[in-house]
Design a protein around this ligand. Structure first.
Ligand code: SAH
Ligand code: SF4
Ligand code: F3S
Length: 444
């Protein structure tokens, strides 16, 4: 790599989960603090950070093709940093195969990006995929102005080792950020304009800490403390694991108005044999019982989940059990994926990998059932009155778009501003959004 001028503009492109989005925002802040400006839409950037995801197939090939395509108007390459989970998993190989890449930085090391950048400007390429515990959070600068909905990573990493999944390898062991640090960061987000905060973690409900008085608290204790911030109107959390669910967090859904009636709780499969082979250590029945307890304290709760079809050895009958659990739950929203063998995971070398056509057919049937339930959930909301947090302008003049408490997209026409909570009546339902009629604006 030849020495180059310090970049004047940057772009961070984040793929994958919300935690990557959070990390992407934090990297942007680090670059801001170095005096580099975000490139405007459509404008070329001197530095491009590819914040990658490794969860499913073709992740690595996609990174190489993105690297190949990046070019400035004069034909030269921008400075490229590869960050995120592909960087963690395949950092060395990326450095060897892609000479255009100047920096490779793992998800736990990106607070070192500014130093790496100084070296890259001198022509030195560097890789940092260390996992120093908690260091990145401590080293990050203050937040800038934020949107009304903000993410806050409270927990990272995973010790569950589901047999199909790369996350324990790319994100490392489970850690919880300290209570005080999170309360401070949430307060700063609210000062900067956030009205809703989504607490993030690969297993967010495994978060634990000590409150200001030194008492041990779980995620419900953190939620209670954040609910005291007057200008914070809504709290959400994702993603939970069935095995980490606590009585306190379930009860919190009946006690804390600001905690939204929405739960994302992946089940993956409805077959106990498959769940065991996945190392999920819950059963279909224990999962359903857990959901019943949420419905007892919050009957209107919107439920969401993740599914994998075609796990090695999954039979037709076992797939039918997944359809049965969908019928039993009636999800408001859900994400479903074809099983993708990930290098280094136990499931990748299991016998009986399922043929692509079988997976395609199963995915189609599952998605048809999930879409049916999502539409039914939206239709059952028609006639309800609720608050919508306005996130952005809609497609047409005078139209606004926001989210209901149940995380449905709602559009409406009327007087509003981004960040307002507007009371609407839900008037019409589609598969992916609802139309609302404005009743009143609750806060400016
Ligand atoms: N920690 C969360 C989410 C992890 S990744 C959890 O345990 O629920 C998000 C989703 O990606 C998973 O819930 C799973 O449905 C899917 N996923 C993970 N690995 C996969 C793989 N190898 N193939 C297909 N889907 C996968
Ligand atoms: Fe992956 Fe399982 Fe951990 Fe979720 S709980 S991140 S699916 S290993
Ligand atoms: Fe992807 Fe890493 Fe998130 S693999 S889903 S970016 S934790």
């Amino acid at each position: 790599m030849k020495p180059s001028d310090t970049p004047k503009t940057y772009r961070v492109k984040s793929f994958g989960c919300q935690m990557n989005v959070y990390d992407g925002e934090r990297m942007a802040e680090l670059l801001d603090a170095k005096g580099i400006k975000p490139a405007a839409d459509g404008e070329e950037a001197d530095l491009v950070v590819l914040n990658t995801c490794h969860i499913r197939e073709k992740a690595t090939e996609k990174v190489y093709s993105d690297i190949g395509r990046l070019r400035k108007a004069d034909g030269s390459k921008p400075l490229i940093a590869v960050a995120g989970c592909v960087a963690q998993a395949e950092g060395e190989e990326i450095m060897a195969r892609a000479p255009a890449v100047g920096m490779v930085v793992g998800p736990q090391a990106y607070h070192r990006l500014p130093d790496m950048l100084d070296r890259a400007v001198k022509g030195e390429r560097s890789t940092d995929t260390d996992m120093p515990e908690d260091a990145k959070f401590a080293a990050l600068p203050k937040r800038r102005k934020v949107a009304p909905t903000a993410f806050l990573t409270v927990q990272e990493g995973c010790d569950k080792f589901c047999t199909y999944c790369v996350v324990p390898y790319t994100r490392g062991a489970e850690i919880s950020r300290p209570f005080g640090e999170l309360v401070d960061e949430a307060a700063r987000l609210v000062d900067a304009g956030a009205r809703e905060i989504t607490l993030l973690g690969q297993n967010v409900n495994a978060w634990s800490g000590e409150d200001a008085k030194g008492r041990a608290v779980g995620l419900d204790g953190l939620v209670k403390e954040l609910a005291r911030l007057p200008d914070l109107k809504r709290i959400r959390y994702t993603t939970s694991h069935p095995n980490d669910m606590t009585d306190g967090l379930i009860a919190a859904h009946g006690e804390i108005d600001k905690l939204m009636p929405y739960l994302h709780l992946p089940v993956q499969s409805g077959s106990d044999r498959v769940l065991k082979a996945m190392n999920r250590s819950h059963t279909a029945d224990s999962y359903l019982k857990l959901l019943d307890r949420f419905r007892e304290v919050r009957p209107d709760i919107a439920l969401s989940g993740d599914f994998i079809v075609g796990f090695p050895g999954e039979t037709d009958a076992e797939f039918e059990e997944t359809l049965q659990i969908v019928d039993a739950v009636r999800y408001a929203q859900a994400f479903s994926f074809k099983y993708s063998p990930r290098p280094g995971t136990p499931a990748a070398s299991m016998d009986d990998q399922i043929a692509k056509e079988v997976m395609d057919e199963r995915l189609q049937r599952l998605q048809a059932a999930l879409n049916r339930d999502q539409l039914a959930f939206n239709e059952a909301s028609v006639g309800k009155t609720c608050e919508v947090l306005v996130e952005r302008k809609g497609k047409y003049p005078g139209q606004w778009l926001g989210k209901s408490p149940w995380l449905q997209s709602v559009f409406f026409e009327g007087d509003a501003q981004i960040g307002d909570l507007v009371r609407v009546e839900l008037a019409e339902a589609g598969p992916n959004s609802l139309k609302g009629r404005v009743l009143e604006s609750v806060s400016a």
